[in-house]
Structures are given as C-alpha cells and as structure tokens.
Design a protein around this ligand. Structure first.
Ligand SMILES: [Zn+2]
Ligand SMILES: [Zn+2]
Length: 328
C-alpha cells in the first residue's frame, strides 16, 4: 500500500517543470500564483497531515508561510530542493509552526542541488522573537556548517540565516509580490502572533495563522481569492475537559470560522491546521465540522490536504493537485 502511495508521488513529480518546481501550467502563465498546502496538521503526529506549512509561488519566488514538522519532505515531494526557498514567514513560535525549520536550513545548504543548493542566506521573517529562533538554528548547526564548508566546500553564504523582525504592515515587497502581516488573537499569553496576506498581480491569499475568531482576519481578507483558515473542534462529551477548554480557547470553532468566511467572502475558503480533538468515540467527524461551518457559511469551502495545490488567477481558484492517497 505504501509503495503505491510513493509511486503516486513520483507520478505527480513528473508533472512539474524540471528545475523550477512549478507545475507546468503555472510556469507557462506567470501572472498566476500557485499555493500548495505543505502541512495541514497540528502538533499531533499524523503522516497525512504534517505540521503547518505552506508554499506560495509567485513572481518567480518560492515563499513559505511557517515550517512545521516535515515541511522539507513535502517540498521534496513537490520536486523542489530545500535550498530553493527564497523566504520563510513565521506566524508565531509554537513548535508545530517551526519544527521543520532546522531541516530546511541545514539540508538547504547541502551542495547537492537536487536536495539543497542554497548559495545565499536563508531569509526568515517573523514578529519579535524571530532573531532568537534564527540564532538557535545557527548554533544548532554550527559544527555541521563549519565541517561541510571545510570538507565539502559548500557555499559559505548558504549557511547564513538572516532574521527580519517586524511589527505589522507591509513587510516584504519583491518581484511584484507583497506580503502584509497583521496581528491575530491566539490568546493573551501567545503574543506576538500574526496572519499574512500575500498579493501578486491583482490576486491575493490570506493565511489566518493560529487564531481565535478575529475581525482583523476578516478586514484583511475581504474578497480575497483564497482564505486559508484554522479551526479546532472537540466532541461535545469533552466540553468540560480543562485541557480541551484551554486548547479550544486559543482557536476558532467551525461555526466561528464560518462567520469569518461569510463576512470576508473569499472566492474560496480553505480549512487547514486541522484541530480535531479526540473524544471517547474517536475524532469528531468531518460531517460534523462541515455541518457546523455550514450553519454560518454557505459559500465555496475546501477541506485542505497536504500537497493540495491551488492556482490563483482570473476567476475562482482551481485545484491543480490533490494530496496523495495515504495508507489507512
Ligand atoms: Zn499556535
Ligand atoms: Zn498551531
């Protein structure tokens, strides 16, 4: 079963334009943006849903929003070397959003171009605290980068990481791509936490990041092409469990996410960062989550999957690729 899954991935890689990592259709039409959900999960270990991570390809750039567990593996499945990421934007510092960073950094500077090949510093953008994360990364791999520089002659600049800390607002503009950060409400003790809006060629995509229901997300998402939003849900029997109360208090319930979608009215709403908390009868079913969302939102909605890929251009976003069929 697993071999069949791998071969499905290999087949999908063959659809990509060699060396660019861009799907053939997107490479031919550069005014379009391609968004790939690299990881749609949470801290829970799940091979179908790696840690939260996203790839945006626009203006010839490969940009990432967060780098949760396994982000480098998903990039490799797309046919992209880990060194081909131009910049990473962090929403906050919970481990499920940054635990893939060490792999992206240290595999990225390996000399083998199919795997790494980065010859200039890794650019990491994020709110206050990003420089501490970056400092930790360089310390973690200080011996490795020194050894490989001396032994393998890897590019010294590729082993550098540059932290770009910001408050909020427009924090990146390059090759026609504009990235705007806005504050979100992930709870009083989890600050700073931001969401991102990426604009390119008259189109836009918003990532809520981890947040409770927040009007700021709505204000930044009105009429966008794609709104990728988180949610968390637990079975009703667990409503009084203190751990669950604490977790749910940091996230958006499906009915609230539906309100966000209804007010923002994106061309396509997408669920990612699937906060499904188990109860005595297992996980809440998707039917339940969708039906609660439908109480407040009737528009286009997709449940995200790892490696699901959207093309954003004129008209509604289209799904270029769904995730591989995982073993059950
Ligand atoms: Zn979080
Ligand atoms: Zn999270």
């Amino acid at each position: 079963m697993f071999i069949r899954t791998l071969s499905a991935v290999v087949v999908s890689v063959a659809l990509f334009v060699e060396g660019t990592g861009l799907p053939a259709a997107a490479a031919a039409q550069e005014s379009k943006m391609v968004v790939t959900l690299l990881g749609t999960g949470t801290p829970t270990i799940n091979i179908r849903r790696f840690g939260f991570a996203n790839l945006i390809q626009a203006g010839g750039l490969n940009l990432m929003i967060d780098a949760g567990r396994g982000a480098g593996i998903r990039l490799f499945q797309l046919g992209l070397p880990l060194g081909s990421v131009d910049a990473i934007f962090l929403t906050h510092f919970h481990s499920d959003h940054i635990s893939g960073l060490p792999d992206l950094y240290a595999t990225g500077y390996l000399g083998w171009k199919l795997l790494g090949g980065r010859s200039s510093p890794l650019q990491v953008y994020g709110p206050k605290g990003t420089s501490v994360v970056v400092e930790g990364l360089t310390k973690l791999f200080a011996a490795d980068s020194a050894i490989r520089s001396a032994d393998e002659g890897i590019a010294a600049d590729g082993t550098k990481v540059i932290a770009h800390e910001f408050e909020v607002g427009v924090i990146f503009e390059k090759a026609g791509v504009r990235v705007t950060a806005f504050p979100v409400d992930h709870g009083d003790k989890i600050k700073p936490a931001v969401g991102y809006r990426v604009d390119y060629a008259g189109h836009s995509v918003v990532f809520s990041g981890d947040t409770k229901y927040d009007e700021t997300v709505i204000r930044n998402s009105e009429g966008v092409d794609l709104l990728v939003h988180e949610f968390a849900a637990a079975p009703s029997e667990m409503a009084s469990n203190p751990l669950y109360i604490a977790i749910l208090d940091h996230h958006t319930a499906p009915r609230e996410a539906g309100r966000v979608f209804a007010k923002a009215s994106p061309k396509l709403a997408v669920y990612s960062h699937m906060g499904l908390l188990p109860g005595p009868r297992g996980l809440p079913g998707w039917d339940e989550v969708i039906s609660q969302t439908r109480d407040t939102y009737k528009g286009p909605l997709v449940v995200g999957e790892d490696l699901m890929q959207f093309q954003i251009g004129d008209g509604a976003p289209t799904i270029l690729m769904r995730g591989p069929e995982w073993p059950r």
